[in-house]
Design a protein around this ligand. Sequence first.
Ligand code: SF4
Length: 327
Amino acid sequence: MNQFSYMRVTSKESAIAALAKDKAAMFLAGGTNLVDLMKSGVTSPERLVDINNVPLATIEETKTGLRIGALAKNTAVAENALVIKHFPLLSQALKAGASPQLRNMATVGGNMMQRTRCHYFYDSALPCNKRSPGSGCGAIGGFTRMHAIFGASDKCIAVHPSDMCVALTALDAVITVTGPKGERKIPFGDFHRLPGDTPEQDNNLQRGELIIAVDIPFNQLAAHTHYLKVRDRASYAFALVSVGAAMQIRGGNIADVRLAMGGVAHKPWRLKEAEAWLKEKSATEENFRKAASMAMANAKSQGGNAFKLTLAPNTIVEALKTAAAQA
Ligand code: SF4
């Protein structure tokens, strides 16, 4: 690991000023991914600006929904009574992610900023356009079991690893960030990027900006939700495929529905066409299968992940069935 300096800040303003002053500085929150990236030489900041003492960890009800501070720990969010009552999908997704120890350290903002777990990305002896732009992609034509079936490019086929972000995408959350040019809001679905020609850019946060909160608008979807994560081992593994499903069912018909997938693309993958088709249809397995097949229209195998072409639609159907069956 490279030598680096360390400083603590206690306000948003001092955090932003510290990053503006030093181009080789990075924010440190829970550190559950950043420290690994530093140890493996993928990231080498010269200064860490510890933001853990900035007061951004509250979870509060607003007139229109819940506001979750960017430094709220994943465990605190997953176990918060308001989150469980209004947005059980978020609680389920968080509990499906990482291990209890990691969830105790990891923050909401850090979870959003975590980087892909593509093995080639973490091995500096191998080419990787995300780590070293222009060096090539070691995964293409290599070991692709964990890689994308949607939205990949010829520069990068990695997937985003977060479970929490799948739920927040489905729930139409909105992110507030602040920086040298002031505050701005980013719809959750627009935060993470597809790889295109610039896979080194995971998201649309500008240099020097700090995530301060995530707002989730109230909805009528809490009664029928399920987060289904398929992974190689139940205790601690990233998703091969995951599905967040939430529905409002009236008289056996689907009044509203949200669907998003993880483990399949460079960003949480929202299934808007399938959602639109399901609205006002009856909540039957036959309709869930049709929606799943619609969602898979543009899926493409990378070879080693061909099994996802079958696993993904089956996971969508199971998530919808389980959500619909809830009392
Ligand atoms: Fe790097 Fe992306 Fe290729 Fe993985 S898939 S080696 S992260 S460029």
